[in-house]
Design a protein around this ligand. Structure first.
Ligand code: URA
Length: 198
């Protein structure tokens, strides 16, 4: 389907449209729209699921516990928050942190699609099932899909677990995220030669 936001030329204008957005019911309960943050020309764009309570209060993605773990793991591959661009599948917090619903994802996906085009990263790192399933158009779960880089619309896409899963699941999940982040580091260093086609 054609993206009606495809003609928007800058992240600033796209963000302003998102801030006034009423395309789904999440607009009725949000405190702030959490559009995205970071370097507008980043090599690495990170896509999470949906804002939580702290993100909703501050209008900034991944500022809660998941975000703190994300920052620590990014640091291990020598990336700081200011080096990457971070956004979510849906820009407004679902009430009580429930999963975003298909019609909410559908209403919001044009923003993400245009964000990716405007940032134009070398690699998209998806966190958890929602962003991976949306972008790779797959119903296969993250456990089976992670551990490799996919070719995706002329760039790399690396799916990994959501940091919230690592907070619940401990070292095994955290180490899988570490391995996927090492892949991201190798891609931005130009050391990845093979990729799975999607
Ligand atoms: N979890 C997400 O997926 N995104 C956020 O911004 C915060 C927590």
């Amino acid at each position: 389907m054609k993206n009606d936001l495809a003609s928007i030329e800058t992240l600033r204008v796209l963000g302003a449209l998102a801030h006034d957005c009423t395309r789904c019911v999440l607009s009725e309960s949000r405190t702030n729209v959490v559009f995205g943050a970071g370097a507008p020309d980043a090599d690495v764009m990170i896509v999470g699921e949906a804002p939580g309570q702290q993100e909703d209060e501050q209008g900034v993605p991944f500022v809660g516990r998941s975000g703190q773990l994300l920052d620590r793991l990014l640091g291990e591959i020598d990336l700081a928050r200011g080096d990457v661009y971070v956004a979510n599948v849906v820009k407004c917090r679902p009430p009580r942190n429930r999963d975003p619903l298909p019609d909410e994802i559908d209403a919001c996906k044009g923003y993400l699609r245009r964000q990716i085009e405007l940032v134009d990263p070398k690699v998209v790192l998806t966190l958890g099932n929602f962003s991976m399933k949306l972008l790779l158009r797959t119903t296969t779960g993250i456990t089976a899909m992670r551990g490799t880089a996919y070719e995706w619309w002329g760039r790399f896409l690396v799916p990994t677990f959501h940091p919230a899963a690592a907070l619940r699941g401990g070292d095994r999940v955290t180490n899988d995220i570490r391995a996927d982040l090492t892949l991201v580091r190798n891609i931005i260093d130009g050391n990845v030669e093979y990729i799975d086609e999607r």
